[in-house]
Design a protein around this ligand. Structure first.
Ligand code: NAD
Length: 484
């Protein structure tokens, strides 16, 4: 049992005032494995005020970007010495198979270091000679950031949200998801130990009401939110009223378009990762697979075989390739979507149930639906599980139209052996991110969505830019050297 009873507020590990605790349940066993504090309104306020004070006093934001990067790099090094323990915790908290955690946790730290490099290479100001005279366009940190994350990649998500904000000079209050509050304590401890000044980073655990109170706090200048479209809509409304800056990374219903010349082996490698990675709990997942009617039987057969090739089970077993869903509640949600698909007339070509012998955990078999159409709820709503809907088409125009007939616009793919056709389709599908013959989460390029999938971009150099405001300083002559 891992009991955490303190919150990081203003540089101190304060014993949580509330008697409320969030139980952390392992989705692979159904057993409670830990607990974390449920932050009170006073603690949320104290964290936001500490972030404000530290920002206004400038203990962090007035350091050079190189100085900030050095401290954050030291924090990455401290985290590297705990890779195994963090990995085990993520596997216990959310069921990520060990074999994946072993790659994902060090990968997150490499991405953190990438953000430090990008920030150091970036120019903090740009001189412009305008008809009004010289002007300096200066990048300044946006201020106090409320950063709120989901559970589906708790450690890598935390690094990708915290490091860009801190290296840009912001002060941060971070809230992980209530399902996965434990691994982030390692990050908070590393930041303190590495020398991030008091108040610059605050770690609050709590539920959605904690998130709500944080978003509404008057001292928050920017909200960086990753989570469901429903919560994103509520947050956007709140931020709109107070003009808080906002980045929203929300849900998806991405389509993989398989063209009639696609290589079947390449396509199946892409779909195995794209549709089923992380038990389908990936915002960018290819949950719709668009298949030419001329090759429907062949591709459905291969997709069913791919789904059935997963070894579903205990995430601590090195041979497991698919772990459980994050919680019993989420398992029920996914199963109810499967039921909905069946009753709407779609056919379960494989899966569709809890795997035999794994009833104690939150498991669902990898599932492929056929005989579906794009109007069904299983094709329109984000299921966030290992459930794929195959949709047949006759022409490429029709495939593009089906892909675009969605409230979401996060990711998508085309599988083809013809680069020209790939480029044409890539241009026509309306999403923020797109992959050719693969499922690529490219942390060195902007990632994000259009339509109900969000606002703004995470990852790439753009992730750091999202934490700056631009200030124009109109200069008199002979001042240019002061902004070089
Ligand atoms: P969720 O929206 O229920 O919760 C996400 C986080 O927001 C949690 O920390 C929660 O406590 C908090 N929260 C919930 N409602 C809130 C509100 N009204 N105000 C403030 N905070 C609130 O989402 P989830 O179930 O944890 O995560 C799954 C969702 O996240 C899926 O929809 C998935 O697509 C999305 N997601 C998107 C991306 C992306 O980059 N686009 C990445 C990962 C996950």
């Amino acid at each position: 049992m891992i009991t955490r009873d303190r919150l990081l507020i203003d540089g101190e590990w304060r014993t949580a005032k509330s008697s409320g605790r969030i139980p952390v349940t392992s989705p692979s066993t159904g057993l409670v494995i830990g607990e974390a504090p449920d932050a009170t309104v006073d603690e949320i306020n104290a964290a936001a005020m500490a972030a404000r004070r530290s920002f206004d006093e400038g203990t962090w934001r007035l350091k050079s970007v190189e100085e900030r990067a050095e401290v954050l790099d030291a924090a990455m090094t401290l985290l590297e010495s705990n890779l195994d323990e963090i990995g085990r915790l993520v596997t216990s908290e959310m069921g990520l198979p060990t074999s994946i955690a072993q790659v994902q946790i060090p990968g997150a730290l490499a991405t953190g270091r990438y953000f430090l490099d990008v920030a150091k290479k970036d120019s903090p100001s740009e001189m412009r000679n305008t008809v009004y005279g010289p002007a300096a366009v200066v990048k300044e940190p946006v201020g106090v950031v409320a950063s709120i994350a989901p559970w589906n990649g708790p450690f890598n998500m935390a690094i990708s949200k915290i490091v860009p904000a801190l290296v840009a000079g912001c002060s941060v209050v971070y809230k992980p998801a209530e399902e996965t509050p434990l691994d982030g304590f390692f990050i908070a401890e590393a930041l303190v130990e590495a020398g991030v000044p008091a108040g610059v980073f605050n770690y609050l655990t709590g539920d959605r009401d904690t998130g709500r109170a944080l978003v509404a706090h008057q001292e928050v200048d920017k909200v960086s939110f990753t989570g469901s479209t429903m919560a994103g809509r509520e947050i956007a409304t709140e931020c709109g009223a107070s003009f808080k800056r906002l980045t929203l990374e929300l849900g998806g219903k991405s389509a993989a378009i398989v063209l009639d010349d696609a290589d079947i082996a390449t396509t199946m490698v892409g779909l195995a990762i794209g549709s089923f990675f992380n038990t389908g709990q990936v915002c960018a997942s290819y949950s719709r697979v668009l298949v030419p009617r001329s090759r429907l039987d062949e591709i459905v057969g291969a997709l069913v075989a791919t789904a059935e090739s997963f070894v579903v089970g205990n995430p601590f077993d090195p041979s497991t390739t698919m772990g459980p869903l994050v919680s019993r509640r989420h398992q029920h949600r996914v199963l109810s979507y499967i039921e909905n698909g069946r009753s709407a007339g779609a056919t379960v070509a494989t899966g569709g149930a809890v795997p035999a012998g794994l009833e104690h955990g939150c498991y669902v078999q990898p599932t492929v639906f056929t005989n579906a159409d794009n109007a069904m709820r299983i094709a329109r709503e984000e299921i966030f599980g290992p459930v794929v809907v195959v949709l047949p088409y006759d022409t490429v125009d029709e495939a593009v139209a089906i892909a675009n007939d969605s409230d979401y616009g996060l990711h998508g793919a085309v599988f083809t052996t013809d680069p020209q056709r790939a480029a044409d389709v890539a241009r026509r599908v309306r999403t923020g991110t797109f992959s050719v013959n693969s499922f690529t989460y490219n942390t060195e390029a902007p990632f994000g969505g259009v339509k109900c999938s969000g606002v703004g971009r995470d990852t790439g150099p753009e992730a750091v830019q999202a934490y700056y405001e631009l200030k124009t300083i109109n200069l008199t002559q002979n001042m240019e050297h002061l902004f070089a």
